[in-house]
Write a protein that binds this ligand. Structure first.
Ligand SMILES: C[S@@+](CC[C@H](N)C(=O)[O-])C[C@H]1O[C@@H](n2cnc3c(N)ncnc32)[C@H](O)[C@@H]1O
Length: 277
């Protein structure tokens, strides 16, 4: 893998920012119809609600997920970053992830944690037309944007948009046929990572699935070009081990494109019964 030097990183940052700025007029047009006051009703917008760590300068921005402008720029950022960093489009990342769950799987309810603007859930919603969705995030602005997208493609009846902290979701045990998330854990302090995986396991139904994707493993992390406050911790996790330790089985770790990886696994059905003679 080519190692980027300081100049490569600067060129990359400049190009990402140029692409985001170029995309923003269309983004603002797309979301101009949102009545934010109305849409934010029922969600927390106070800074005390958010996890402390979210106020750190993620990508150099202190209010990355607690400010509507930054959230509106998220898709433009992903559309710039994913192809420039990983040589695939953002759409390919989402579609390929959804394809890791066999098409004939019956997924009654899918939960996405830290869903951002909902593109991962949208790819799953297209692949599994019978499924309903809980789209969750701590950022109310991300939820409003996701909802707008689901409305636009006529999927709004199939989804709820809930402000939920992935560290302690409050959902009952064994609730969801699939629990999914993407790019959440590299932005999470290390003490929470095993806890979030345990929480994902707790709320997955026996026989259900876990599906995750992230970046920055191994030497690819050396190419990180924007500020990532918890990357030094993240790169030391062995995720095959952590997902297994949380309880998941049949784990399949898949390298995808440059620096991207998927994890897919199951929660076993526990056989109840007296096996003693
Ligand atoms: C890097 S973004 C990824 C967004 C989306 N999953 C994607 O792939 O584009 C991280 C997202 O996780 C959310 N987040 C961070 N900590 C969270 C937590 N404890 N619980 C739920 N969401 C969280 C942020 O608000 C943000 O939307």
């Amino acid at each position: 893998m080519p190692r980027w030097n300081a100049q490569d990183k600067q060129v990359y940052r400049t190009e990402v920012i140029r692409r985001i700025n170029a995309a923003m007029p269309l983004v603002m047009q797309e979301y101009a119809s949102i009545n934010w006051v109305e849409e934010l009703k029922g969600y927390h917008t106070d800074h005390e609600y958010y996890p402390d760590y979210i106020h750190a300068p993620i990508h150099g921005v202190t209010d990355a997920y607690t400010n509507p402008q930054s959230c509106l720029a998220w898709d433009a950022a992903m559309d710039a970053i994913i192809p420039l960093s990983h040589n695939v489009s953002c759409q390919q990342l989402r579609e390929k992830m959804a394809e890791l769950i066999p098409e004939d799987t019956s997924l009654e309810t899918v939960l996405e944690l830290g869903a951002g603007t909902g593109d991962g859930a949208l790819a799953l919603a297209r692949r599994f037309p019978q499924s309903t969705f809980r789209i969750t995030d701590v950022s109310p602005y991300m939820l409003v944007i996701s909802k707008h997208k689901f409305n636009k493609v006529g999927f709004s009846e199939r989804a709820l948009f809930e402000q939920v902290d992935a560290r302690h979701t409050g959902y009952p045990d064994n609730s969801f046929a699939l629990v999914t998330s993407s790019l959440l854990l590299h932005e999470t302090p290390k003490e929470w990572i095993p806890k979030i995986l345990k929480e994902m396991y707790r709320i997955t139904k026996p026989g259900g699935w876990v599906l995750y994707t992230d970046t920055y493993r191994g030497e690819y992390a050396l190419n990180a070009s924007f500020q990532e406050p918890w990357l030094d911790d993240f790169i030391h996790f062995n995720f095959e081990y952590e997902f297994a330790k949380a309880g998941f089985t049949e784990l399949n770790y898949i390298r995808y494109a440059v620096g991207l990886w998927y994890m897919v696994g199951r929660k076993l059905v526990v056989c109840q019964g007296n096996f003693a003679k």
